[in-house]
Design a protein around this ligand. Structure first.
Ligand SMILES: Cc1cc2nc3c(=O)[nH]c(=O)nc-3n(C[C@H](O)[C@H](O)[C@H](O)COP(=O)(O)OP(=O)(O)OC[C@H]3O[C@@H](n4cnc5c(N)ncnc54)[C@H](O)[C@@H]3O)c2cc1C
Length: 392
């Protein structure tokens, strides 16, 4: 892997829209990624191993619960700072950002929002410091885009619940200390349960052979008559809206994160194109390469504006789920397209691990699928503007 020479593009002076705190948080995350992620990430991805050594650093830059109040160990930041942290982490690697997203939006957020005070105090500070790592179990082998069809279920056994079922494609599952699991009760209503590693009948086999998000551990959650203490049920929200509320928060982070991956690809391609000589001049001097680079910076700038505006709406408590869907869909698609174009700018070198582009490209193939696929987010926009669902 080449030394990390990343310089963040800011074509429209978007820094002028950020607060001093936003910039401070962003710069600290950027510096940490350069120092602690870039030197090890290529090897971690080649080895298909989540680099646990970075957990402490993630906690220190506020990546675990950026917007969770400080009294519970979170960083107490606004939504734009949260987005910027995700952008910087994903500039390093989407797999590392996935770990942070899951911990913050899919584990800490539901415990904070839907949990009681005891649950908040018991779990949030440990999750914020990285002492506990969490995962989020919604997807099942037969229920991906349609999680409402889930079959994982729990029965009331008087002094405890009995949980049965299985979840698939769960980020962080192989090493998570706790899992926030969505399951149906006897009336078919969806609830969130906190399942702890070590509970009898609970196992988390790892999913191997991924070409994407290789530096992020993915696995299953299997529940075979797992006894869950009653105090582990999240009491303050039930129904499909509960997990979907968490996904809103995670998708918002992804809309920002994807910009980071795109910026890294663009910056790498721009630098390479100025150095690589063919036909007696730098390839940056050829119109076709300039077209690629000019379109990249245009799309990045549009995505930055979209994410920033969505952050303002989130700060004001006004962002709708459909607005978040639009940003997630647009920005991930933008990043994937830029990764493919940037890879071509590097010619054969673009396929090697000496540069980050191919890793970003492969990672983004997961990012465009998880947290609602590209198609599903389009259907959400379609439903929002027409008032008619085209899901079924
Ligand atoms: C690396 C990785 C990590 C993940 N981490 C997690 C996690 O931590 N927790 C978790 O719960 N899940 C996780 N997921 C699962 C992810 O959210 C699902 O993969 C995603 O929701 C899509 O489900 P599916 O793969 O079953 O695809 P399917 O739902 O089977 O969809 C297949 C195709 O059909 C399309 N399709 C489906 N329904 C419709 C429709 N009504 N109209 C038109 N087209 C449709 C889809 O867009 C897609 O192109 C992860 C996935 C990956 C790849």
């Amino acid at each position: 892997m080449k030394p990390d020479l990343f310089q963040a593009p800011d074509y429209y002076n978007l820094d002028d829209l950020l607060t001093e705190e936003n910039k401070m948080v962003r710069d600290a995350a950027r510096e940490w990624v350069k120092r602690d992620v870039s030197p090890i990430i290529e090897q971690a991805a080649q080895d298909a191993k989540f680099p646990k050594s970075i957990i402490k650093g993630l906690a220190e830059i506020g990546a675990f619960g950026p917007y969770i109040p400080e009294e519970y160990g979170g960083a107490g930041l606004d939504q734009i700072s949260y987005g910027l942290i995700m952008q910087e982490i994903e500039r390093g690697d989407s797999g590392v950002r996935s770990t942070a997203s899951v911990q913050s939006s899919l584990v800490m957020y539901p415990i904070y929002k839907y949990g009681n005070e005891e649950q908040r105090k018991k779990y949030l500070p440990k999750l914020a410091s990285g002492e506990f790592m969490g995962c989020f179990g919604l997807t099942e082998p037969d229920h991906g885009s349609n999680p409402g069809g889930m079959v994982t279920n729990f029965k009331d056994k008087g002094d405890h619940y009995l949980l049965n079922g299985a979840k698939l494609w769960i980020s962080n599952s192989p090493f998570a200390d706790i899992a926030v699991v969505w399951a149906k009760n006897e009336e078919g209503r969806i609830h969130g349960l906190i399942v702890e590693r070590g509970m009898e009948g609970f196992s988390t086999p790892e999913t191997h052979n991924k070409w994407s998000l290789r530096a992020s551990a993915t696995g299953e959650l299997i529940f075979d008559n797992v006894k869950i203490p009653k105090e582990n049920l999240l009491p303050n929200k039930s129904g499909l809206g509960a997990p979907l509320g968490c996904l809103d928060s995670a998708r918002f982070g992804i809309a920002w994160g994807a910009i980071g991956a795109a910026m890294d690809c663009y910056d790498t391609a721009l630098r390479y194109s100025k150095e690589r000589m063919q036909f007696g001049k730098p390839i940056a001097g050829f119109q076709l390469q300039q077209k690629k680079l000019a379109e990249m910076i245009t799309e990045i700038t549009k995505a930055q504006l979209l994410a920033w505006r969505l952050g303002v709406l989130r700060n004001e408590g006004k962002a709708t789920s459909a607005q978040i869907s639009m940003a997630k869909r647009n920005n991930v698609d933008m990043a994937l397209h830029i990764a493919r174009e940037a890879r071509q700018v590097l010619g054969a070198m673009g396929i090697t691990g000496d540069y980050s582009i191919m890793r970003h490209m492969m990672n983004l193939e997961s990012v465009i699928t998880y947290e609602g696929t590209h198609d599903i987010h389009l259907l959400i926009t379609g439903m929002d503007i027409t008032g008619i669902s085209a899901f079924n």
